[in-house]
Design a protein around this ligand. Sequence first.
Ligand SMILES: [Zn+2]
Length: 149
Amino acid sequence: MHEFSMVNQIFRKCLEVARQNNAKSLSEINLEIGDFALIVEVYAQQAFNALKKGSIAENAVLNIKRTPGVLYCNSCQQKSEIWFNEEKEKAANEGRLKEYEQYEKAITEESLLKGNPNLGRNLFHCRKCGSSDTNLIEGKGVLIKNIRL
Ligand SMILES: [Zn+2]
């Protein structure tokens, strides 16, 4: 399970920092996860709950903030962000909610990197000029923002 190994790695790192600071407990871990990091939050929380048992982080909470994908457009050389929430609203207003839900599902099913025909065809288009000649330059990463000891 992809989420488990990701959370495990982060959890080890946080424990290490706690140890270096002679902390008696770890109460909070704040993460930023890119919308395209293929991380399902529910699974990440489950992994965290399993890992923290019996550790100094037993009562810790894991806070996850999603960060948007950022496209770089090769046509107009501008950057634009992909906000799923806004995309969803827009899709609903245009009567494309079903289509949106398909690509939302496709992303959580880890099929993004393999390429998935169900992905919304406009998802990776430049928001400034509409070109499809874009690269996803941000939004695939996971970052430990801070921890509370
Ligand atoms: Zn553009």
